[in-house]
Design a protein around this ligand. Sequence first.
Ligand code: MOS
Length: 735
Amino acid sequence: MTTLRHVPSVGAGVDRVDGPAKVTGAAAYPGDVHYPDLAHAALVRSTIAAGRVRAITTDAAEAVPGVLAVLTHANAPRVERAPDTALGAAPPPPLRDDRIIHHGQYLAVVVAETAEAANEAARLVRVDYEPAEALLDPHDPRAETLTDPARLDTARGDAATALASADVLVEATYTTPEETNNPLGPFTTVAAWDGTALTVHDSTQWPYAVRAALARAFDVPENGVQVLARHVGGGFGAGLRVWPHVVLAALAARVTGRPVRLELTRPQMFTGVGHRPSTVQRVRIGATRDGDLVGVEHESTSVTAIEDDTIEPAAAGTSNAYACPNVATRDRAVRLHLPSPGPMRAPGEAQGNFALECALDELAHELRMDPLQLRLRNHADVQQTSGLPWSSNALRDAYEQGAARFGWHRRTPDPGSMRDGRWLVGLGMAGVTFPWYQQPCRARASMDLRGTALVRSAVTDIGTGTATVMTQLAADLLGLPLARVRFDLGDTDMPMAPQAGGSGLTGALGSAVHAACRQLVEAFLDLVWDDPGSPLRGLGPADVTVAEGRIHRTGQPALGESYTDILARHGVHELTADGDSAPPRPEDIGMAPAGAFGARFVEVRVDPSLGLLRVSRVVTAVDAGRVLNAKTATSQIVGGTVGGIGMALMERTERDPGTGRVADATLGDYLVPVHADVPEMEVLFVGGPDPVNPAGTKGVGEIGLVGVAAAVANAVFHATGRRVRDLPITVEDLL
Ligand code: MOS
């Protein structure tokens, strides 16, 4: 017999398993779902930010041919607010009464035979408003301030005293604007009732949360609600909360007795599925003349909605970013008449890192110290908040290898000292310490008589490559070629899974898949435990190796048999096993589970006579633990970097200060980077498997965005001597 060697698929840059289905149009997104008697819904939104609906007139809308129902607060059945999730309380339920708390709030939903009829009728709904004065300015003294509702604030040592006596003090205020997630696929919900059973196809990052919300809303059992999200056209965090339109689609289907499709328009995507809230951040950093940090204070005030407790954790991340004995972080939020915010890729981290890493650059300039040396000097060798050692930390490698690849040593320290013809050249950098996050997860693995493994869990893949990396992982754990593993997802009839978010899914799901595959191999060993015909008789999981679709005694490839032979001989069609994972408790494992770390190096070019700013080079080095797929992991970092360039130079949700209306609610007006704005980007992975989860991963979904804005702003300062503390950095800032 030839030697049996499993060629590992983990690590390789395997193409996406769902790529062909996506590029050929075979992949059905929620908007592609069809029912023979499908009806269509359209939404009517408030054109004021605060007040009441005095009257709402629907006669003209109801008279449009094909209209089945017009639901308003006056006639819609009441629904319950969704239960709290790991991300906090749900947004208020739709159509509950006549109160208006933000521009764009849904005031009616029209259901019709066609989308055209529904849209036409929606335009004919007349709303008579009783406006109230809206709070729209974060500095409005009448706005209520939330003080630490999520218990995010941190304090160690005595920051105030340390700052008062520091040799060098940097104190500055940074602002970041409201941004809108803008996944490419407009969010769509298709809802169909069959008695009290509800089936919903939804653009969500968290099918189980949608199931729980709809079961609560309609007072039906959770196991009578099936939520499907096999393909989702992106999310960037917008799909992490259960938004009112999802409930409205199910409500419309219930009232009309028809399956209903509700597809948000692009402008509705700006008001109905969350956004990155604006922040005002004050940072104070004190240091010795030698560059040792002695005190840091970081205070952020973000914006939340009138009835929402979501608070953006912008300052919190500073608590663990650097070694410093005296640190205080405070996150506040003010309530305004704006739509509910929501997570947007690296929520809080994206903005907080901008402020902290710019302030460090200002400190380095004050100290006449190289910005990279300042970071290395204050590297957090242990997790600062707990004092525990990191489960893994290759941030120093990221700095050193990233700097070498970038050519950081060529940087001359003085602002304006590097030129290329008419361009001022600036080199800037930033460090990133991303938090660890993990939620409980379950996966199920099956093997059938054809020798094909099916692994499944109710997760979604928002385009990150989750299905691909889990296929690779299962293939290695079961000793199968990739083609004999199928990973299925996006269905709440599958085992429970957490959200595709917080950069925590690969660890949680990878651990569950690991457990499920191990359990499945054990199930095979149990089957042959006293089977005299099996060379595996009496063996336990520690005694065997899997390769080429077989289980064999470790070191003795001839002493084994295939999964299919075992099943056939025992007359079993299929074996199935579940595996669970749960986040470890730091105190149990004696270390601080580490998220990813990163170092970011950016070159910009500024034409001072025109104010033109180009990002011309980006090198990113990331410690992401074990990289399951070099291609999809790199794509996450590259895609995140593009988002970071958007944050640095372009993105800003513009609100009319008088009405709160979004003034740039299209992809023509809301600027995001295009190819011409995106330079060569290099990504290096450093470090190795993290011991906290058996998959060894640390998550790459969000860190790619973090640090870009600071590195760009720092590079702009290096190029021009201008310190821009308010994002985005535009032509006006550089003229
Ligand atoms: Mo992300 S904001 O965790 O989808």
